[in-house]
Design a protein around this ligand. Structure first.
Ligand code: ADP
Length: 492
């Protein structure tokens, strides 16, 4: 690929790698076409890097580390805040890019850009609150204190489903902590990651402090794992790739944070407010076209209200507008790609063949507007059994089984009957039950009458095979820091 001229107009998307403060082509001159999942058209040709580019980026990050980490938290924070302001200024542009490359409804893209800016703002504040502590001594004349120090260069790997906020969720705390960053966004959605880097660049974050390398995932992942310059890997994606990284990290005992798959349950008790429970369960299911690691994957409803919940949920599902994400009023966009579509359809067909009833949806939309994308109508399944794929595999699409239960113990047992443990949702007005069930659920986050438990200010992560470590909240910055103990014998 010919060298591109540097683009400074924010309305023109950045399409080159960002390494050491410069926009550059990949070493091998390859390009990657970014497709619009709504119609298969090519939106942009982006420079595609190599393992060697990842190495150059890690070296740049390593050179930038001493001076970046020496700044005060206040100084780093003020640059992060400027980046957040630029994200807000460019919210409409970035959101449009996100809908083009990811497919999600524009309203959700706008919310996501604001969410990314909030991460930068919040960690701008946290940058000056990375307190160590004094530990009371046991031997006269000795003193003990702890320092919080940045781990060093961080390699971050992010998926396509929330391409802006998930990068912000790693980059903001890493930069606030004093780490420098090499980010590898998903190949399907590189444009908003480049837009984020551009905001950082124009905010005055120095060269090498944040770098973006797009390219073959396995090669770049291996460079992060095998290059000792990279001291930390923070990954969001599938459990399968999480396992690969965990195995690879063993060689250098590399510091890892993993945010992996989920199979989240919603428990609706008979004392819940029915209308709210339906609306919020639907939100937890259909947001981002069901392509979320904390998406509702199984809804369990207490027998007494099962029928009325089901009818209302089906009616709500039928009322959702399935359309390209840029269309006014779209609720459900296209699935990202063919493998994702195939997996959803396989789960629906498998359930049907084993005796499940399709209460609504279950089909791919046809017609001029839909034929070149993967649009699946909101699908509700009943009469499902635990041997069906939809009850054990993660579902990344607008499909949901709704299952009756009799009592609290059964609800908890069924919700926990999965190798995953990312999030769970409860709908009840009984405070005692809310606490009992929240405490018994094996999940990193529990939403009580709440379909959006994920927020900048509180820890997020999984138990069991949903991951290791926590992002967001004060835990999010700790993930990029090491605790050092300094032991002092006072002279004389
Ligand atoms: P998804 O199924 O959501 O695409 P993946 O786990 O495949 O989830 O991808 C999440 C991120 O991990 C993407 O940026 C992808 O390119 C990257 N990735 C995929 N395989 C590897 C690998 N072997 N090593 C490192 N990163 C990988």
């Amino acid at each position: 690929m010919k060298s591109m001229t540097e683009k400074t107009n924010e309305k023109v998307p950045a399409t080159q790698l960002y390494i050491d403060g410069r926009w550059v082509d990949g070493g091998a001159g390859e390009i990657l076409e970014v497709k619009n999942p709504a119609d298969g058209s090519t939106i942009a040709a982006v420079a595609c890097g190599t393992r060697e580019d990842a190495r150059r980026a890690l070296n740049a990050a390593s050179r930038a580390f001493p001076s970046w980490s020496r700044l005060t938290g206040l100084q780093r924070g003020s640059l992060l805040r400027k980046a957040a302001a630029l994200m807000r200024q460019r919210q409409a542009e970035i959101a449009r890019l996100m809908t083009l490359e990811n497919g999600k409804p524009l309203s959700q893209s706008l919310t996501e850009v604001e969410g990314g800016a909030q991460h930068f703002d919040w960690y701008a504040e946290e940058a000056r609150r990375t307190y160590g502590r004094m530990i009371p001594h046991q031997i006269p004349g000795k003193r003990h204190l702890t320092l919080q120090q940045p781990v060093g260069v961080a390699g971050v790997i992010t998926p396509w489903n929330f391409p802006f906020i998930l990068l912000a969720r790693k980059a903001a705390p890493a930069l606030a902590a004093g780490c420098t960053v090499v980010a590898k966004p998903a190949g399907q959605t590189p444009l908003v990651a480049l837009a984020l880097a551009k905001c950082c660049q124009e905010a005055g974050i120095p060269a090498g402090v944040i770098n973006i390398v797009i390219g073959p995932a396995e090669d770049i992942g291996r460079e992060f794992l095998e290059n000792p310059v990279c001291r930390k890997i923070s990954f969001t994606g599938s459990t399968e790739v999480g396992r690969i990284l965990m195995r690879g990290a063993a060689e250098q005992i590399k510091n890892l944070s993993l945010e992996l798959g989920g199979h989240c349950a919603v428990l609706v008790f008979d004392d819940a407010d029915l209308k709210t429970a339906v609306q919020k369960s639907a939100g937890a299911k259909y947001r981002n076209t069901g392509q979320s690691c904390i998406a509702a994957n199984r809804i369990f409803v207490q027998e007494e209200i099962y029928q009325s919940f089901l009818e209302a949920f089906v009616e709500h599902s039928r009322g959702l507008k399935v359309a390209p994400g840029l269309e006014e009023g779209a609720d459900i966009g296209p699935l990202i790609d063919e493998p994702t579509f195939e997996k959803v359809m396989r789960q629906i067909d498998n359930a049907r063949s084993l005796g499940a009833k399709v209460e609504c949806g279950g089909v791919r939309l046809k017609g001029e507007k839909f034929d070149r994308g993967y649009f699946v109508t909101p699908t509700v399944l009943t009469h499902v059994t635990d041997n069906m794929l939809c009850m054990c595999e993660e579902t990344f699409g607008p499909m949901i089984p709704i299952v009756p239960f009799s009592d609290e113990q059964e609800a908890i047992r069924r919700a926990n009957h999965t190798e995953y443990g990312l999030a769970a949702y409860i709908h009840t007005r009984d405070l005692g039950r809310a606490f009992r069930v929240a405490e018994a659920l094996e999940a990193g986050s529990v939403g009580v009458n709440d379909d959006v438990p994920s927020t900048t200010i509180a820890p997020f992560g999984g138990v069991k095979q949903s991951g290791l470590g926590r992002e967001c909240g004060t835990e999010g910055i700790e993930a990029f820091m090491e605790t050092k103990h300094v032991s002092i014998c006072l002279p004389g």
